[in-house]
Each structure stands twice: as C-alpha cells, then as structure tokens.
Ligand binder design. Structure first.
Ligand SMILES: [Zn+2]
Length: 251
C-alpha cells in the first residue's frame, strides 16, 4: 500500500488514470524516475522521470504493460496452475498472477532483505545466473527490468531459457535504446556516477541496444514484440506508446 493511500480519496479518485492491476481510477499517477541527460540523449525506453505510479498499489507503467499483455492475451482459466517464476517480484503484479490467473508463483530475488521490504514474504533468494531449478520447470518466467542488474546477462538469459518448458514464455523487459546497435556493458572501473552518465542509473551494469532480441535468440528463445494499441485506454493506463513488451517463446 502506498503512502498516498492515506490521502482522502476525494483528492485522488478520478477518471484520467486507471490501474489494470488493482483497479484504482485516479486523477493522477505519481512521479518516478530520473531525468539524467543520457536518458534523453539515447531516448532510453523504460526510464526517465514520468508520472506513472499507481496511488493505490504502487504499480508502474512497466508493470501495467505486463498486466495488459496477460489480461489481453489470456482468459482467467488458461493460466491456472501454470508455473511462473517471478524474478524481482513486483507485489501488485504477483497478486495478479496468483489471484486473477491462479498461477503457481515462485517469487525470487537476488537480495532477500530488500525483496521482503519491497515484495513481501515467501521470496526465495537466488542468483539469476545460477538458478536452483531443474531444466524445463516453468511455463512462464517474468523478469521485469532485471537483466540490466545481473553480473552476466548472457548467463542469466541462458538460465531463464533452461528452466522454461518447451513453448514456455519469458517476459524480459529492460531499459532499451533504439539509438544504439550494440548494448553497452559497464567497465570494471566505473563508479556510480560513471554508470549514471553512460547507462542512466547508478546500479545498472549495462544498457541494452538493438541487439537485445538477438541476445535472447542465441539462447533458444524466439523473441516477439507485443504492442498495446495506441488508444485512449493506453493513455489512461499511463503506458509509454514507444514501449513494446518483449515476450520470447522457448524453442
Ligand atoms: Zn494499482
């Protein structure tokens, strides 16, 4: 629950904004992100200062894009009992997977203390580059803005592919710039300011470019882009018209 939830709803309730995860309809979304120069210069998608956070559940535009995909493409029964590995599990999104789609959710993060504060209980502490699961365990893996943080993106992608069943789906949203052909990896000597200057965030280890889809293909995932129709609902959901959902199918 967000602190803004304690403000009388007469100040927040409205019809301009709609959260497809918790159902809240509001006059506004809350601000998130930073306006570092590199974000504008490289037009990094999935970053930057913007009014996108739900007052009630705290979901961001990135979370609602994932919710929109599942709500558009699947009915409530199609995913029932399907096994989902949810990495860095956004609390609101996790609830949607459990309560609306009745999926069997395994929630996991690299740092359990941080994760419990942000995401709630029952989160496993795991290394995405060394997943403690047998091959072909999961029907779906969701790692929303995670691959820019891990020590080795290629290893993490191969692990995601390994634990997916054939025809399983990976949702791997990342900060992405279509202005760069090749992803930029942080150099070992870069400090936090260097990372802000080159990658757009102090705790990122890379910025993905146009080669991101190829990186997924190299590990047996077939990437496909899904786009929310650019209509009034998209505006109400606070989605970025330039942000596609990258879903990959395990071959
Ligand atoms: Zn919400």
């Amino acid at each position: 629950m967000h602190l803004y939830s304690f403000i009388p709803s007469v100040f927040t309730k409205g019809n301009l904004c709609h959260c497809n995860i918790c159902g809240y309809k509001a006059k506004f979304f809350l601000k998130r992100g930073h306006d570092f120069p590199i974000i504008k210069a490289l037009e990094i998608i999935g970053a930057g200062k913007r009014n996108v956070d739900c007052i009630q559940c705290g979901s961001s535009d990135r979370d609602r894009l994932i919710a929109a995909y599942f709500l558009s493409e699947y009915n409530n029964n199609q995913l029932a009992e399907k096994k989902l590995l949810h990495i860095a599990p956004e609390k609101a999104l996790s609830k949607l997977f459990k309560n609306t789609f009745h999926m069997q959710v395994t929630a996991a993060d690299a740092k359990i203390g941080y994760a419990q504060f942000l995401y709630g209980k029952n989160v496993l502490e795991i290394d995405l580059c060394q997943l403690p699961f047998q091959s072909a365990t999961f029907d779906v893996v969701v790692a929303n803005h995670v691959l820019e943080h891990v020590s080795n993106a290629s290893t993490a992608i191969s692990e995601i592919a390994r634990v997916l069943k054939p025809n399983g789906i990976a949702i791997t949203q990342v900060p992405l710039s279509k202005k760069i052909k090749q992803s930029i990896e942080a150099l070992p000597h870069w400090d936090k300011q260097d990372k802000i200057n080159h990658l757009g965030q102090s705790d990122h280890l890379r910025l993905f470019g146009e080669d991101f889809a190829n990186k997924l293909s190299e590990h047996g995932l077939k990437p496909d882009f899904w786009q929310y129709p650019p209509n009034n609902e998209m505006v109400q959901l606070g989605l970025n018209a330039n942000e596609s959902l990258l879903k990959s199918v395990k071959m």
